[in-house]
Design a protein. Structure first.
Length: 251
């Protein structure tokens, strides 16, 4: 990968990159939710115009409008009319928690396990390639994100630091496809694994990430993959357990 290509590979560019196959409206909803979850877009921020945002995502304005309707219904976006109007981010921690719990209840155990399989495959590959290709500056950046996660004082900041760590590790792997795949994965997964009911400890999660970074720094791709996959598997196990608990609670 050239330096120019590498410079253009960022969390923001990956989040707003053109969508590929599949249901477009749902994909737009997930992409914009991911941008908010990552902290790439923040509460109160105005979205680009419908035309510009649709062009960035490679969808029609009609598809974008359908996605914005869903996001408004979820309370993640609100729209103002008239002068100074437009669509704005309005996602509180409570909105994200309620939306994520509702989505988890709708998912089957098989769907969660499929998501877990993708998590293992993508995260393991990302860690291995990062160990082979990362630069010294990459290691410094990853350690800064580990510290940011460790020092998080609430679940919102912890979720954002955690998601950014995974995506920046993919950037370190110097793979555009893996980076975009990691963005898609975080769009589906991050708000779920950081549900308050799972009681993830930011400091413990940071320690797990630090071990992966140590392996990357030592160019030990096998160890990096093993640690990343083990951590991913433990998260999915906890998420499946919560899904079963929610099912029991509705009987």
């Amino acid at each position: 990968m050239s330096q120019q290509e590498r410079a253009g590979l960022t969390a923001l560019s990956a989040v707003l990159s053109p969508l590929e196959g599949g249901p477009k409206t749902e994909a737009v909803v997930q992409r914009l939710s991911a941008a908010i979850s990552l902290g790439v877009m923040v509460d109160g921020q105005q979205l680009p115009s419908e035309t510009d945002l649709a062009n960035q995502l490679g969808v029609s304005t009609m598809t974008l409008r359908e996605a914005l309707v869903v996001l408004r219904q979820q309370g993640i976006v609100h729209t103002k009319r008239g002068r100074g109007g437009g669509s704005f981010i309005s996602a509180s921690a409570e909105v994200f928690e309620n939306t994520s719990l509702a989505r988890l209840r709708q998912m089957s155990i098989q769907e969660l396990r499929d998501l877990g399989d993708a998590h293992l495959a993508i995260t393991g590959a990302v860690a291995a390639f990062a160990a082979r290709r990362s630069l010294r500056a990459d290691i410094v950046g990853l350690r800064a994100l580990v510290d940011r996660l460790k020092d998080s004082t609430d679940l919102v900041s912890a979720r954002q630091a955690d998601s950014r760590f995974h995506i920046e590790m993919a950037v370190c792997a110097q793979s555009t496809r893996l980076t975009r795949a990691e963005v898609g994965l975080q769009a589906e997964l991050s708000a779920l694994v950081w549900l308050p009911r799972l009681k993830l400890d930011p400091a413990a999660e940071a320690n797990a990430h630090r071990d992966v970074v140590d392996a990357i720094e030592h160019e030990d791709d096998s160890r990096a993959r093993e640690l990343a996959e083990s951590h991913a598997e433990s998260r999915i196990r906890r998420l499946v357990a919560l899904r079963l608990e929610l099912s029991e609670g509705h009987r």
